[in-house]
Design a protein around this ligand. Structure first.
Ligand code: PLP
Ligand code: SF4
Length: 454
């Protein structure tokens, strides 16, 4: 296939260019193409030879930019750093690079400097919901724990763009210890999500230490790692790394493939290693204009993922972070994609489409409507083919409502959870007297207060 050929030749150019760039003494000692291939597959070599300037990119790929463009690109990377692994750069299809999904995710676009009126520095309020630096405690039973702020590649669409690569944000050992202490002190935390940056940018021993500390905490039932390394630097998934990870079960891993072309044989090998180590794999892709905003691409991607034992987990609507406006699609595009997946392919190849609520409300699932209408005893539903069907509700179903008093309840449950229902869940509870949820500062209610005070 055309794409493979151009990838191969580009890889050759990059390897040879980099050989020229890194003519260090030790490098010269080793010779021959085998060395080059060995180096290519050595993640340290990849990191050392990452493309960090426009000039290096031009050299490595033989793509040339005009002087005017060059200036704009320079300005862009001053604000948001550039770093591409030679491996990921080798996947760019040179012929039509401007429309290439790999190029777009890796290479700066001066549009990143445009700040639109809805852009925010911290749209998800990850800093505001942070009890200690590096921890975001948004949901009752789980936390996000930022343990690294480096990445093998700086994704142009990154939601934490303002943080990654910034030396002011590098988490110190003390900061990590403080995070671990917070988790230890809060028994409701049963799930810890290590993210960053990329946790796999940490040395094996360091990550081993963090995982060991977390394993020691009794109430932590599961740890997950979020990493884009299987996509941008699959060689980092070494035998040593997976051997270490295996010690820390139950450990889950979520990665981020956004386009089927990213699932190369190298990436597939990395996924195989992780899956063989017994790590359940998930994928959190981001819906990106010009990259993945196509039902066919998404279907292919998700089918290819399950073939590699990766369960599509989330499809994210692009956030309102600064510098991402050119990547955003309408939510309608996401719904259209979901419509094309549900029923049309294996259920486990369908991710959940979510909008991460600006302001820190968390992930909100969005789906096409499948319920068409309702009566006292019938629900009218439609399927993916457009067939409209009727479900008759049971006549003798005695509704039970959870009021959190399990001893008096059928079905019997021993899992008394001390959590009290909140939000809409609370409205559904029979014993609770709440009849409405009202936003703070509601004017109508304020008026009422004034009148009753008179
Ligand atoms: C996404 C996220 C989680 C995990 O959410 P799940 O729906 O359980 O995957 C936890 N904390 C924060 C702050 C998050 O953004
Ligand atoms: S790997 Fe993740 S944190 Fe790093 S730049 Fe990409 S999206 Fe951002």
């Amino acid at each position: 296939m055309k794409s493979r050929n151009s990838g191969e030749s580009l890889r050759k150019v990059i390897v040879e260019e980099n050989v020229n760039l890194v003519r260090s003494k030790s490098f010269l000692k080793r010779v021959g193409t085998k060395t080059i291939l060995d180096d290519w597959k050595d993640y340290r070599w990849q990191l050392k030879n990452s493309i960090r300037t426009i000039e290096a990119f031009e050299k490595a790929t033989e793509i040339r930019f005009s002087d005017e463009e060059y200036g704009k690109l320079e300005k862009t990377i001053q604000k948001f750093p550039l770093s591409i692994t030679p491996y990921y750069a080798s996947l760019i299809e040179k012929e039509n690079y401007r429309n290439d999904p790999i190029f777009k995710q890796a290479f700066p676009d001066p549009a990143e400097l445009i700040i639109s009126k809805c852009d925010m520095k911290d749209p998800l309020h990850e800093d505001k919901d942070s009890p200690t630096k590096g921890i975001t405690h948004r949901y009752p039973d789980r936390v996000l724990f930022l343990v690294s702020n480096c990445c093998a590649m700086y994704c142009r669409h990154c939601t934490r763009k303002r943080k990654v690569g910034d030396p002011d944000y590098i988490p110190s050992r003390e900061q990590i210890l403080a995070g671990i202490r917070y988790i230890r002190k809060n028994p409701q935390i049963r799930d810890v999500l290590l993210s960053g940056g990329d946790p796999f940018m940490l040395p094996d021993e360091y990550l081993d230490w963090i995982l060991t500390e977390l394993n020691r905490i009794k109430h932590v039932e599961v740890v997950r790692i979020g990493s884009r390394i299987p996509v941008v630097l699959p060689f980092r998934i070494t035998k040593e790394l997976t051997k270490m990870l295996k010690k820390h079960h139950p450990l889950w891993l979520n990665t981020q493939f956004n386009h089927p072309r990213e699932l190369t044989s190298d990436s597939q090998e990395a996924l195989k290693r992780l899956a063989d180590a017994g790590i359940p794999l998930g994928n959190q892709s981001v819906l990106l204009a010009g990259v993945s905003d196509c039902p066919q691409i998404m279907k292919k991607l998700n089918q290819k993922l399950v073939k590699n034992r990766v369960r599509p987990y989330y499809l994210f609507q692009c956030d309102l972070s600064e510098g991402l406006s050119h990547f955003r699609t309408s939510i309608g595009k996401g719904v259209e994609i979901m419509e094309s997946l549900v029923g049309h392919t294996s259920g486990f190849a369908v991710p959940r489409y979510v909008v991460d609520a600006p302001g820190g409300g968390g992930k909100i699932p969005v789906m096409p409507n499948y319920i068409i209408s309702w009566s006292t005893n019938k629900v009218i539903l439609r399927n993916y083919e457009g067939v409209i069907t009727t479900y008759s509700e049971p006549e003798n179903y005695k509704a039970t409502s959870c009021n959190n008093s399990c001893d008096k309840c059928t079905p019997k449950s021993d899992f008394k959870d001390n959590d009290h229902p909140t939000g809409v869940e609370k409205l559904l509870t029979e014993d609770d007297r709440t009849i409405s949820l009202v936003p703070d500062g509601n004017l109508r209610l304020k008026r009422r207060e004034k009148t009753s005070n008179k």
